[in-house]
Design a protein around this ligand. Structure first.
Ligand SMILES: *Cc1c(COP(=O)(O)O)cnc(C)c1O
Length: 395
């Protein structure tokens, strides 16, 4: 049986030709395609610098390092995200904590953030970096987070893995107006793809330079950054302990090619969301709410069952959707509920809004090539299952 996936890439002949061209060229990596892709992202976002990496996870790691995250640092993110948004801080030896979500947008709650900052200030445990995540592509309240960053002195990394092509207050996500660094992911389920890939944008040339160096072994070929006179034209210096996080030219060429259709992909996602919104009106679920400040990249379309269907009914509806070939998914298992995070001290009950979200959320299929017929099947199946369960619930 063919599963309708929750997300998938959209590759055309021009994408294939762009990759084939690199394969026939002199450079498979460290050639001209990577800077071209970086330039394409920087100009699309209206940001000073863009630094490519082999994944958003790598970009998040070098972003944390570039901002000085290390042993003794504290980093906060949201529990409703992919584990990478929190792991990046642990890689640096820092400690991680979470800020519970807003029950309407599902993004990090700025009210909870403010409360937590106030308490942390009293106890002397303020974070040095906060990583808001634009869940489903919907931008967070960045103006609110930015204002708090000035008041409490933390830096901001936007995890915009879901949000390329979106805007916040009519400006592109990724322009870093309210943050130090923004990170995008190009995993195949995301909005544009390079197979695997990530990008960090910033307006700070020093941060860009540090991220670039840390993603390439901590090596510099710039004589001005060296401790000694170059021994010769071959000379380079390793000045920090970095990683090999480079993107290949094969990936970057695909990225440049995908960028041509970014706006088209996002508007197609909006058309699909509009149809879902419309046809879910008579289904007893909560459709996503869009804050008027943002234009979502719409990586995901998450509906929530009402709380009387959480737990076993949620599971049953999920299983039955899957059994009829609809690849619904759940984004995300709250990070603090992962065994690794429980081992380092987090507990069930720590972030109740996130846990409540997890009990009821369902990601419906959302990708540019989703057909209207497939979408109608998704909605009619969900409607039937919700209605069936509804009659069984004692009122
Ligand atoms: C996909 C994703 C990542 C990780 O991206 P990769 O490119 O797969 O490393 C990080 N954060 C969020 C919110 C994501 O959705």
């Amino acid at each position: 049986m063919n599963l309708i996936p929750y997300g998938r890439q959209d590759i055309d002949d021009a994408d294939i030709a762009a990759v084939a061209e690199v394969l026939r060229s002199d450079f498979l990596t460290q050639g001209p395609a990577v800077p071209r892709f970086e330039q394409a992202i920087a100009s699309y976002c209206g940001v000073g610098h863009a630094v490519a990496a082999n994944s958003a996870t790598s970009s998040l790691h070098v972003a944390c390092l570039a901002l000085g995250v290390g042993k003794g640092s504290i980093v906060w993110t949201t529990p409703i995200t992919f584990v990478a948004s929190a792991n990046c801080a642990l890689y640096c030896g820092a400690s991680v904590d979470f800020v519970d979500i807003d029950p309407v947008t599902y993004n990090m709650s700025v009210d909870r953030l403010e409360e937590k900052l106030l308490a942390a200030k009293k106890s002397g445990s303020l974070p040095s970096v906060v990583i808001p995540v634009h869940l489903c592509g919907q931008p967070c309240d960045m103006a609110g987070i930015h204002a708090l960053s000035l008041e409490y002195g933390f830096r901001v990394i936007e995890d915009a893995s879901h949000a390329i092509g979106g805007t916040y207050r009519n400006e592109p996500v990724g322009n870093c107006r309210y943050s130090d660094i923004t990170v995008f992911s190009f995993h195949p389920v995301k909005i544009i793809t390079t197979g695997e890939g990530g990008m960090a944008t910033t307006n700070d040339p020093e941060l860009a330079k540090r991220m670039r160096m840390l993603g390439s072994h901590g090596i510099t070929r710039d004589a001005r950054e060296m401790t000694r006179e170059p021994d010769g034209p071959w000379y380079y210096e390793q000045v920090e302990l970095g990683f090999n996080y480079r993107m290949t030219d094969i990936q970057a060429a695909l990225g440049v090619s995908q960028m041509r259709r970014l706006d088209e992909f996002v508007s197609r996602r909006h058309a699909i969301a509009g149809r879902y919104d419309e046809s879910l009106r008579n289904v007893n679920v909560t459709a996503p709410w869009q804050h008027p400040d943002g234009y979502s990249g719409l990586h995901l379309y998450v509906v929530r069952l009402h709380s009387n269907m959480q737990g076993s009914i949620h599971r049953k509806i999920f299983d039955e959707m899957r059994a009829t070939g609809i690849g619904v998914n759940l984004h995300y298992i709250p990070v603090h509920m992962q065994p690794y995070y429980q081992k380092i001290g987090f507990n069930a009950g720590d972030f109740p809004a996130a846990e409540q979200y997890y009990e009821t959320a369902i990601s419906l299929p959302m990708f540019p090539a989703l057909t209207e017929a497939q979408q109608d099947t998704v909605v009619s199946t969900l409607r039937k299952l919700v209605n069936q369960q509804e009659v069984k619930i004692p009122s």
